[in-house]
Design a protein around this ligand. Structure first.
Ligand SMILES: NC(=O)c1ccc[n+]([C@@H]2O[C@H](COP(=O)([O-])OP(=O)(O)OC[C@H]3O[C@@H](n4cnc5c(N)ncnc54)[C@H](OP(=O)(O)O)[C@@H]3O)[C@@H](O)[C@H]2O)c1
Length: 285
């Protein structure tokens, strides 16, 4: 076994900015290899990133938009072909958008990107995860989910109203944490553990990024939120810390936290699974 085979491998979506970028830096510094699924390029001036790309320890999978199944399929087929082993999968890409919008498949954008797509990624990469050392999936959720006042498949897919952060964003993160909880016993039969983790408040504002945050939250973020190294640390701990043997749980500040609307968990899982089978796999056939 050469040195390369001894290194652990993480796949991170949204790895080139914010929390995902800091997680990538942290794992590379700890001698991991990182398969990075990204839409925008990594910062060009970062010598560690450049060196890791040159050495092959950081492998880039470019995607135009993860929420578009055509591009998603191309990207995941490429990952499956080139990454036969994934030790930890971090489903991290996401964010709060400024207005109501819909994916190419016709569902609300937050829900598609942050609830449906992570499910498809888990299903498509199951074989690589089964070959992995940690067999772990970490879904980046948010404690904003506690502000969700009503939840149903209709509300998730075609909301009648929109509120920045506390509307479709929060509901989509809740739905993500709910299917994570619901699928856990089934994935455990395949040896895979899955958790959702709140990375906490992180200042990921930057030039050129349209903020989908309410004005006051944007101001608080600028003044008081931690740098994204904090969120990266929370995800890292969620993956490898004291709860590493737990599955299905939602972690906030390292503590297992109850979810609202648990009675909806099954229908959310059934719905994302149906989308996967009928629309993602169905189109391929
Ligand atoms: N920051 C916080 O306080 C906080 C709190 C709780 C949860 N979170 C969650 O943490 C995760 C990371 O967020 P962040 O704060 O680090 O935000 P960020 O700095 O904006 O990073 C988000 C990453 O996701 C990528 N992404 C977004 N939409 C995408 C799409 N349609 N297709 C492909 N990639 C896409 C972005 O790519 P581009 O660079 O191309 O846009 C970027 O790399 C998100 O899931 C977010 O909801 C953040």
């Amino acid at each position: 076994m050469d040195m390369r085979d001894r290194e652990n491998i993480a796949l991170i979506t949204g790895a080139s900015a914010g929390i995902g970028l800091e997680l990538t830096r942290k794992l590379l510094a700890a001698q991991w290899q990182v398969a990075a699924v990204i839409r925008s390029d990594f910062p060009a001036e970062d010598p560690d990133i450049r060196q890791a790309v040159q050495s092959g320890r950081l492998r880039i999978y470019k995607t135009a938009n993860l929420a578009d199944f055509t591009g998603l399929r191309r990207t995941l087929d490429d990952v499956k072909a080139k990454e036969p082993r994934i030790d930890i999968l971090f489903n991290n890409a996401g964010g709060s958008f400024p207005e109501l919008s819909y994916s190419a498949q016709g569902r609300e954008q937050h829900y598609e990107l942050m609830t449906v797509v992570p499910y498809i990624i888990v299903r498509e990469l199951t074989e690589s995860l089964k070959n992995g050392r940690f067999k772990t999936v970490i879904n980046t959720s948010s404690s904003a989910l506690k502000f969700t006042k009503a939840l149903s498949i209709d509300i998730l897919e075609r909301p009648k109203t929109f509120r920045k952060l506390l509307g479709p964003y929060a509901a989509s993160k809740l739905a993500l944490s709910l299917w994570t909880q619901e699928i856990a016993p089934r994935l455990l039969e395949e040896g895979i553990r899955i958790r959702s983790v709140d990375p906490g408040g992180n200042n990921t504002l930057r030039k050129g990024k349209t903020s989908g945050l309410p004005l006051v939250v944007g101001m608080l973020m600028k003044l008081f939120f931690s740098p994204p190294t904090h969120g990266a640390g929370q995800l890292y701990e969620g993956a490898l810390g004291e709860h590493r043997q737990a599955t299905g749980v939602f972690l906030v500040k390292g503590r297992v936290t109850e979810l609202k609307f648990k009675d909806q968990a099954r229908s959310v899982l059934e719905r994302v699974h149906a989308i996967y089978e009928q629309e993602y796999l169905g189109v391929r056939a």
